[in-house]
Design a protein around this ligand. Structure first.
Ligand code: GLN
Ligand code: ZN
Length: 767
């Protein structure tokens, strides 16, 4: 029985890679200094895995920015527009690489970056390969071969090169011109994979891991055929090296037959996400195929339940024999924080339930030893799992009872939208095309420093609060002068829209160094939800009330919704996500009601992440959308008809989920539409979306100040598609990443655009 790892975090234990990359981009360190940092991280990672006793250790899993982009450069998939970058004297391969990742604005060139999107259902973003109809592929650099050599020097036979498989590489990319299907490129691509694999074999590699996560997705007939063709073609032309195909994040389901019959040495399956697929795979597995059991969760922070994993291992060993079984994490450990050892501030009882990447390696090797009969290792794990199952720190009966008692009525506003709309209009007397913003104003260095100084103890809480109050007052004065209709307090007191709430809710904990890569040098440190969630006291009332008292204009209260809080945290694995979400929903519902009681008449509940929670397999989506929408409704429905509930989403591809967005029944929804020139409003128009809507009229992702005319034109476009009396005027998203000068200029123009729209566009009587 072998143990293996599928990939290891590459940011470094103290985010060394982030820092080195950013210094290199700023021209502060040389390329040699950057590559030296990278080498240190790689070698330390290999040593850690060696010390943990892993038998097959990944190499080529390191990346300066993203492994999909590495693959594009390996295969020569470089869009035409980057040619001038390589032509510049002094530029190296790394400069081209970063130009593709981040765009290039130097030497008189201005070239946009490649598109970035989420890696399947994770919060990791990859650089989307761009293909043309005539796309050619050829080995274009030696990185993977050099990586293998360096790994081999330390790991010997244990070094296992990892590469994205050819079919997933194509499927995760995009056609950049019409008239062809990227999957047809497989015939040109596979010969290059053959060449790569043969070179690695000649260098001494005994295994290669080809990641094919798309094999666990819904596939067309043609895509299935591409898988079979690709692997039969590769297998026929390589020898002396074992091919392993790795799947993760979902079950193989209807692709099981296809997957187990690929001519490969081993197949890796994710038994954390999809434990039931073990039986399905074992029922169809042919003689000889080795099976890698992904039993240790690569995407969460909890200690493995050894009993449960051993049940899987024993079952597989019984049928296949130990020599055809490998034990592994469910997927690359890229998605988990690196090392729990330094987290001394976490309550020791809770810390004993947790495992980060380094600890997970040890779990993999311990599982092997236990499966081979060493039961002494089992005891401590059984105790930890049992303590978590029963701990009072996790389980709060009152919270469970309250969630169990949620009824349909809890998700129902008192009256239907038209009645609420009339009552709200009578209450707020807003003009047509009312103007507002999405919540945050620029988080300047001054504001961030306040928090740092408070943390260090250089400021007292009173001094900190006074400074935040001052910033809030200034922003309110300024919003009044500008003539905005519905004001916000500015969110100056918040570091992050999830962390701010997590810190005040029971059931959450925070790590010191639990960073995971989000994209490039960007890392996030998600909160950990470990127990039943409750709200010991008001969270935002103080700030909203303070702000409301400064003005006669309506002040919008600002909350983060339950699905977004769930989605951007490490969550419990001992109960369904939907149950955890409902606990958060009740806590936020109480905050909504508290705001209402404090006199706040307009409350926005941000659900930035509803769409990214969509399951990978279509068949699972309706169930998810049902509970996600219902959680929002529970959050929003504790208030009177006169209280106006807003929601906000930072995207706008709503075509496939519009009925569910409508079912959220927010009085007003604000979305991101400016970059698509309102095109994405079509879904709302087509559906005849019944409630009010604020399509973003300007892109907050760039410092560019849009003109009044531009925004008036966008409003006219929106008024063509939707009833003008339902339209609000606002930016695409919060302004926290912007600077004040551009923010002021842009909002001034936005208010002017709304005034013009009121004059120029016909607004029917409110319905
Ligand atoms: N209210 C939040 C803000 O303005 C919303 C942020 C978001 O949608 N990502 O910052
Ligand atoms: Zn947003």
């Amino acid at each position: 029985m072998l143990t293996q790892n599928m990939g290891y975090p590459r940011i470094g234990g103290h985010r060394e890679l982030k820092k080195a990359n950013e210094q290199y981009w700023a021209g502060k360190i040389s390329q040699d200094e950057l590559t030296a940092v990278a080498r240190t991280i790689k070698e330390a990672n290999w040593q850690t895995q060696l010390d943990a006793g892993i038998d097959l250790i990944p190499c080529n899993d390191f990346s300066y920015y993203d492994q999909t982009l590495d693959t594009s450069l390996l295969l020569g998939v470089v869009p035409q527009r980057y040619q001038p970058v390589s032509a510049i004297a002094g530029n190296t391969g790394l400069d081209l690489y970063f130009a593709m990742a981040r765009g290039y604005q130097k030497n008189g060139l201005d070239i946009t970056a490649m598109e970035m999107t989420k890696w399947l259902d994770t919060n990791y973003h990859y650089i989307v390969p761009e293909f043309t109809a005539q796309q050619a592929f050829r080995i274009s650099n030696d990185n993977i071969f050099n990586e293998y050599n360096s790994a081999k020097a330390i790991l010997g036979e244990k070094a296992k090169p990892v590469l994205i498989g050819p079919v997933s590489y194509l499927l995760l990319g995009k056609e950049k011109e019409a008239g062809f299907d990227r999957i047809d490129l497989v015939q040109r691509l596979v010969p290059v994979y053959v060449e790569i694999i043969n070179r690695l074999q000649q260098q001494g590699a005994t295994w290669i891991q080809l990641d094919e996560p798309c094999l666990a997705l819904d596939l067309s007939h043609k895509e299935k055929e591409a898988f079979a063709w690709a692997y039969h073609t590769i297998a026929a032309q390589v020898s002396g090296i074992k091919l392993q195909v790795a799947t993760y994040f979902e079950a193989l389901l209807d692709n099981t037959q296809l997957a187990v019959n690929l001519p490969i040495a081993a197949l890796h399956i994710d038994l954390v996400r999809a434990p039931q697929q073990l039986d399905e795979v074992l029922a169809l597995i042919p003689d000889k195929l080795e099976l890698s059991l992904g039993v240790v969760d690569g995407r969460n922070v909890w200690k493995n339940d050894y009993e449960q994993s051993l049940a899987h291992i024993d079952k597989a060993v019984e049928q296949l024999g130990a020599c055809r079984v490998l034990i592994a994490p469910s997927c690359s450990l890229l998605h988990s924080p690196i090392d729990l050892d330094g987290e001394t501030a976490i309550d020791p009882e809770i810390r004993n339930w947790m495992a980060f990447a380094k600890q997970k390696l040890h779990e993999v090797t311990e599982l092997k030893l236990i499966a081979q009969g060493d039961h002494t290792l089992l005891q401590a794990n059984l105790q930890a799992i049992a303590s978590r199952r029963t701990s009072q720190k996790v389980h709060k009966q009152a919270v469970k009872d309250r969630v169990a008692a949620i009824t349909a009525a809890d998700g129902q506003r008192k009256s239907a939208f038209p009645i609420r709309q009339r009552l709200q209009r009578e209450r707020f007397h807003l003009p047509s095309f009312p103007t507002t913003t999405i919540g945050s104003f620029p988080q300047t260095d001054d504001i961030r420093q306040l928090r740092a100084r408070l943390k260090k103890g250089d400021l007292t809480v009173e001094q900190y609060d006074a400074a935040i109050e001052q910033a809030t007052i200034e922003s309110i004065r300024w919003q009044e002068q500008l003539g905005l209709d519905v004001l916000v307090h500015g969110e100056f007191e918040r570091n992050d829209m999830v962390e701010y709430f997590g810190e005040q809710l029971d059931g959450f904990l925070f790590t010191k160094n639990g960073w995971v890569q989000s994209y490039g040098s960007r890392c996030v440190k998600p909160p950990v939800i470990y127990g039943d969630i409750s709200r010991p006291k008001d969270m935002t009332v103080r700030w909203s009330q303070f702000a409301a008292a400064q003005t006669n204009k309506p002040m919008k209260g600002m909350l983060t919704g339950p699905v977004t809080i769930l989605q951007w945290s490490f969550v419990r694995d001992d109960q369904p996500r939907e149950l955890t979400t409902n606990q958060i929903a009740l806590a936020i519902r109480d905050e909504v009601v508290a705001l209402e009681q404090a006199g706040i008449g307009i409350i926005q509940i941000d659900e930035a992440a509803i769409r990214e929670g969509l399951p990978l397999r279509k068949a699972k989506r309706p169930h998810y959308l049902d509970w996600a929408v219902n959680a929002f409704r529970v959050t929003a429905s504790g208030v009177e008809d006169q209280t106006q509930i807003h929601t906000h989403m930072c995207y706008s591809e709503f075509n496939d989920i519009i009925e569910h967005i409508a079912a959220m029944d927010a009085d007003v929804i604000t979305i991101e539409t400016s970059r698509s020139q309102m095109e994405l409003l079509q879904a709302f128009a087509h559906f005849e979306y019944p409630n009010e809507i604020g399509p973003g009229v300007y892109d907050i992702h760039s410092p560019r100040v849009p003109t009044t005319e531009e925004m008036t034109a966008l409003l006219a476009k929106a008024a063509d598609l939707l009833p003008a009396q339902h339209l609000w005027v606002n930016p695409d998203c919060g302004l926290k990443t912007r600077k004040w000068p551009e923010t002021k200029a842009a909002l001034e123009n936005m208010v002017a655009a709304a005034r013009q729209a009121r004059k120029q566009l016909k607004v029917g009587d409110p319905v």
